[in-house]
Design a protein around this ligand. Structure first.
Ligand code: GLN
Length: 197
């Protein structure tokens, strides 16, 4: 693969623009993805933060649910933040009725676990594999990970809860690195896409 991978941002709902900017700053060619056929043109994909129930509904409506599940099974690298983490969980503890996920990480997540919108906060979080010390974690109605299966690796914990996970080529954080000027988590993902690690 060329040294500049093309990374899509799932552009159904959520903070798409912020991820496009963070990926560009992390030396990827960043493009929005809305249609199933666009998946073939990307080396990796970001599932943004937003509202997982809405992303789930729109993914079904846009015919993306099954193609994206298949792409993840076939090894597409994917990074999800917040609602994106929820979308990458094999199981949600408290789904809205009809809420589906893409899956990819053997974990159980609890939505809105850190509280409501007005209980949003920032905290320093050490993320395994990110050099240079802790990152600023922005938590907005954030989920946490209740438990992970044997195949999943915990990358970060905060307040006794798992907030970053990786399984193979799929990674996810409860918090939003795309909302800070610090692009090290995106660089970690871009590096994994570039090197196939
Ligand atoms: N609570 C939201 C959800 O369930 C996620 C919030 C976010 O992405 N900032 O999808």
């Amino acid at each position: 693969m060329s040294s500049t991978p093309t990374i899509g941002v799932l552009a159904l709902q959520g903070d798409v623009r912020e991820h496009l900017a963070a990926l560009a700053a992390a030396d990827a060619a960043a493009v929005p993805v809305r249609r199933p056929e666009e998946l073939a043109g990307v080396d990796g994909l970001v599932v943004p933060g937003g509202e997982s129930t809405t992303i789930s509904k729109l993914a079904v409506l846009f015919g993306l649910m099954e193609p994206l599940r298949a792409a993840i099974r076939d090894g597409l690298p994917v990074y999800g933040t917040c609602a994106g983490l929820i979308m990458l969980a094999d199981k949600i503890l408290d789904p809205r009725s009809g809420q589906e996920t893409f899956g990819g990480i053997d974990m159980i997540v609890r939505r809105n676990a850190f509280g409501r919108q007005n209980e949003s906060f920032e905290a320093r979080v050490d993320v395994r594999g990110v050099p240079g010390g802790a990152v600023d974690g922005v938590f907005i109605r954030a989920p946490w990970v209740e438990s992970v299966g044997a195949g999943a690796e915990v990358l970060a914990e905060y307040g006794g809860h798992i907030v970053a996970v990786r399984q193979g080529r799929v990674m996810a954080t409860s918090f939003h690195p795309e909302l800070t000027g610090d692009h090290r988590v995106h660089e970690l993902f871009v590096h994994a896409v570039r090197t196939g690690s």
